[in-house]
Design a protein around this ligand. Structure first.
Ligand code: THU
Length: 162
């Protein structure tokens, strides 16, 4: 037996203003997207903004449904919209923000669910380029990861099927 220890490094920023400017702009886009979320069941608004290598920004937000599992998370809405509307364009970064209705800030970090991690990881592999993740972390703070891989060790990929 041997023990495998994996290291993940994240950056924490004290406030929106402390983030690099490009990240701040992307977070602002994600916040706008969160306002337009369709979340009549959870009342939890999630917004995502994807930045492409060519500078374009694609927004996504959670889209819920009376048949609950038919709904989709903001991150996947943004990624699939990107894949559909900008095929072949590399993804540079994604900002993710969220708030419960009636509040404007989450009290705890908002990190992507497992399904969204899996989908984002595949885009990272597909384009052979790390995707920077900027996540709202509660109390006005932000956590940044240089890659989706940080959030999904031992990910399942096409290589797993060889
Ligand atoms: N949600 C997202 O949009 N992204 C996540 O990563 C986690 C959860 C949405 C799904 C649902 O509409 C609401 O948040 C409550 O789970």
């Amino acid at each position: 037996m041997r023990t495998i220890t994996l290291d993940s490094t994240f950056e924490e920023y004290e406030s929106l203003e402390k983030l690099p400017e490009a990240d701040q702009l992307l977070v602002e886009e994600a916040k706008k997207a969160a306002d337009d979320a369709y979340a009549p069941y959870s009342h939890f608004h999630v917004g995502a903004a994807v930045l492409l290598d060519n500078g374009k920004v694609i927004r996504g937000n959670n889209q819920e449904n009376a048949a609950y599992p038919s709904g989709l998370c903001a991150e996947r809405v943004a990624f699939f919209a990107t894949g559909a509307q900008h095929p072949g364009e590399k993804i540079k970064a994604i900002a993710i923000t969220a708030y419960p209705e009636g509040k404007k800030l989450p009290s705890v970090p908002v990190s992507p669910c497992g399904d969204c991690r899996q989908v984002m990881a595949e885009y990272e592999q597909r384009y052979g380029q790390n995707i920077r993740l900027i996540m709202e972390a509660g109390q006005g703070k932000y956590i940044v990861s240089e890659s989706v891989k940080n959030l999904l060790p031992f990910l399942f990929s096409a290589d797993s099927m060889l």
